[in-house]
Design a protein around this ligand. Structure first.
Ligand SMILES: [Zn+2]
Ligand SMILES: [Zn+2]
Length: 260
């Protein structure tokens, strides 16, 4: 199959024919239909987070199950699925508390990449997924079935940006209905924090950004108020919109120090 391989940090990815080993116990092979480009992929490919090369990045994907390893239940060939980077055992200290993203277990795929170059060299399965490729082999815990009527290109966004932004609000903060929330930054993650706050019943969802077009998008995702911080004082605006209390919750979804 073909994959986009990172052979040198900061250089364009190289499309190569690579070999993918078949799924083993508890693993699933998925033919990908779409993979979004997450900022984390770009940072890895630039070398900002280090790691070994060659590597195939990409972790925000959706596709159709081709084959399953032994011991996999609840998933069948032909199922439409999301492919995420979250690999979890379901039984460790954190998994048993429902905190799957903190799973402490190690998996066969952590030690043994399924990817090989044509010359036999092992290729790192970047972000535990390696989805800048036609097909992936991942642990079954990384798969989430979706209805067949959901377009797979749109669905791929659920595999990272949506669950990061929405999950921070709904699962981590467990935002209460009737509360107020400020979301700083309305990129892919921020828009989904806006959406999560709206879905959780926040009375005021206040989106902050420097871009009017992004703030327009935030309104479509459920922001009740928007503040362009290049034109307005953020602190005054938020106190003004929250009866002088300040927000009950603040979600910072940008990496800039100035946002803090
Ligand atoms: Zn991501
Ligand atoms: Zn676990």
């Amino acid at each position: 199959m073909k994959a986009a391989v990172c052979r040198e940090f900061g250089k364009p990815l190289v499309i190569e024919d690579v070999e993918l080993a078949p799924p083993q116990i508890g693993e699933v092979q998925v033919k990908l239909a779409a993979c979004a480009i997450c900022h984390s992929d770009i940072l890895y490919a630039e070398g900002a987070w280090g790691g070994r090369l060659p590597a195939v990045y990409g972790h925000e994907a959706a596709g159709v199950v081709e084959t399953i390893g032994t011991g996999v239940s609840g998933i069948q060939p032909g199922d439409h699925v999301l492919v995420t980077l979250i690999r979890s055992c379901g039984t460790c200290h954190y998994c048993s508390q429902g905190k799957l993203v903190r799973c402490e277990s190690t998996f066969r795929l952590d030690a043994q990449s399924p990817l090989r170059a044509a010359d036999g060299q092992s290729i790192v399965q970047g972000l535990r997924t390696g989805a800048f490729a036609e097909t992936v082999v991942v642990d079954a815990s990384q798969i989430a079935p979706i209805p067949k009527e959901v377009p797979l290109d749109a669905a791929s966004l659920l595999s990272c940006g949506v669950i990061t932004g929405c999950g921070a609000v709904v699962n981590t903060a467990q935002l209460h209905s009737g509360s107020s929330a400020v979301i700083i930054g309305t990129g892919g993650v921020g828009l989904n924090s806006v959406q999560g706050a709206a879905l959780s019943g926040a009375e005021r969802v206040i989106a902050l950004d420097l871009s009017d077009s992004k703030l327009d998008a935030a309104r479509n995702f459920g922001a009740t108020h928007t503040v362009n911080v290049s034109k307005e004082n953020a602190q005054e605006a938020v106190f003004g919109l929250t009866d002088g209390r300040g927000a009950d919750y603040v979600f910072v979804t940008v990496g800039a120090k100035s946002a803090l």
